[in-house]
Design a protein around this ligand. Structure first.
Ligand code: GDD
Ligand code: MN
Length: 377
């Protein structure tokens, strides 16, 4: 019998080499891309101990199923299938935290990023004195030629805002391609936002200059199969992140959006009241009730579309959510009137009492909606 493979107390079975690098790949509807990416990683990282963690948000196209197939053939592949959640940033965070290698890379599944840069990036972390290496499109040697005009403009604008407002001193904070030392990431993770898609910007802004950063150029290529998941609403995510970082998480974009939707609701209410009274000749109490119902319904629709777009209710859940929203807002109205009355009782200034009541109402509605209507599953 071959000595080398006989396990004995003096020679324990050889452990699988622990990975030096964990590659994290967020996926949503990428079933036609993941196998190609895996083979390209195999080539690029030959001679290195590495693993790849796909974090899939329960893609309708069954990406997770394809990844499981790869994982059955190769133990370096893992799949995290998340249910009831969506978001690029959250997926990346979860993937990195599920890894154990000293270094973690984030790379898109659609082959727009350049996996052949990974060994160089790893070298910079291991022996180059860097904590974070960024694949950058906006330094000498890099490019984003595959962008259309509109997308290029938006990317440039966001980059400028990030640099000026958040004082981020890197050329491409919007990049989705980077590698970081896992211990440094682990320190920052509790303060990162799981919403949105600007994970790198979040990491850099949260670290406040504490990370040693290197940028290397790469060419942002074209998508292999499928289509981009980023729509025009990502501008909102970006705004939210800037706001949160600027105010050290005091101001939440969600609350601002909720309050904004609430003020639109006020207009809807008055318009509906006017129409009910003038065009339909309803008696005042009926008209007022109808107007309130209209305002609550439009608030619900807008909040579902904007404020809670990442947790948007669909199908029958909409009806259930709407009924709960009516309930929450009715109690909110009672709280509003109650507070206004008691303030007016102390200090008969109508606008102060009115504002205190309205503030009470919106805070209540916001808190309760988050708990019951768009609750995290
Ligand atoms: N798990 C998960 N959940 N993955 C997602 C989600 C999500 O909600 N949304 C997108 N992804 C995955 C995609 O499947 C893809 O692998 C990767 O994240 C990037 O998404 P794309 O839809 O291809 O984005 P893009 O090409 O428009 O934007 C990329 O380039 C930007 C640079 O301008 C991303 O890398 C951005 O992060 C980057 O800012
Ligand atoms: Mn892409």
């Amino acid at each position: 019998m071959n000595e080398a493979i006989r396990p004995g107390p003096e020679s324990p079975p050889r452990a699988i080499a622990t990975p030096e690098l964990s590659v994290v790949v967020p996926t949503f509807n990428e079933r036609d891309n993941v196998t190609t990416l895996f083979h390209r990683l195999e080539t690029a990282l030959a001679g290195r101990a590495w693993e790849v963690i796909f974090v899939d948000d329960n893609s309708p196209d069954g990406t997770w199923d394809v990844v499981r197939g790869l994982a059955r053939q190769d133990a370096r592949v893992r799949c995290i299938r998340r249910i009831g959640r969506r978001g690029l940033s959250g997926a990346c965070i979860e993937g990195i935290l599920a890894s154990s290698a000293p270094c973690a890379a984030v790379i898109d599944a659609d082959l727009q990023h350049d996996e052949t840069q990974l060994p160089k990036m790893l070298g910079l972390l291991e022996t180059g004195g860097a904590d974070l290496v960024i694949g950058s499109r906006y330094i000498e040697g890099g490019s984003a030629d595959s962008f259309n005009k509109q997308r290029a403009g938006a990317s440039q604008l966001a980059t400028e805002v990030a640099k000026r407002v958040l004082r981020v001193k890197i050329a491409d904070p919007m990049s989705g391609f980077f590698m970081i030392r896992r211990d440094r990431f682990e320190q920052l993770a509790p303060q990162l936002s799981t919403q949105g898609f600007k994970i790198l910007l979040d990491v850099v802004a949260t670290a406040r200059g504490e990370l040693r950063i290197k940028e290397i150029p790469f060419t942002f290529g074209s998508r292999l199969h499928g289509e981009s998941k980023l729509d025009s609403m990502v501008a909102l995510d970006f705004l939210g992140l800037v706001l949160a970082k600027l105010t050290r998480d005091v101001v939440s974009l969600r609350f601002l959006l909720f309050a904004m939707v609430g003020s639109i609701g006020l207009f809807v209410h008055f318009a509906a009241l006017y129409i009910a009274l003038e065009a339909f000749d309803l008696p005042f109490p009926n008209a007022q009730g109808t107007a309130a119902l209209c305002a609550m319904t439009s608030n619900f629709i807008l909040n579902n579309f904007l404020t809670y777009r990442d947790q948007r209710l669909k199908g029958v859940a909409i009806l259930r959510g709407l009924l709960l929203f009516y309930l929450v807002c009715s109690v909110g109205l009672l709280a509003n009137v109650g507070v206004a009355f008691s303030v007016y009782d102390q200090e008969p200034i109508w606008w102060l009492a009115g504002a205190a009541g309205a503030l009470m109402g919106v805070v209540w509605n916001y808190a309760m909606s988050g708990l019951f209507v768009w609750r995290k599953r």
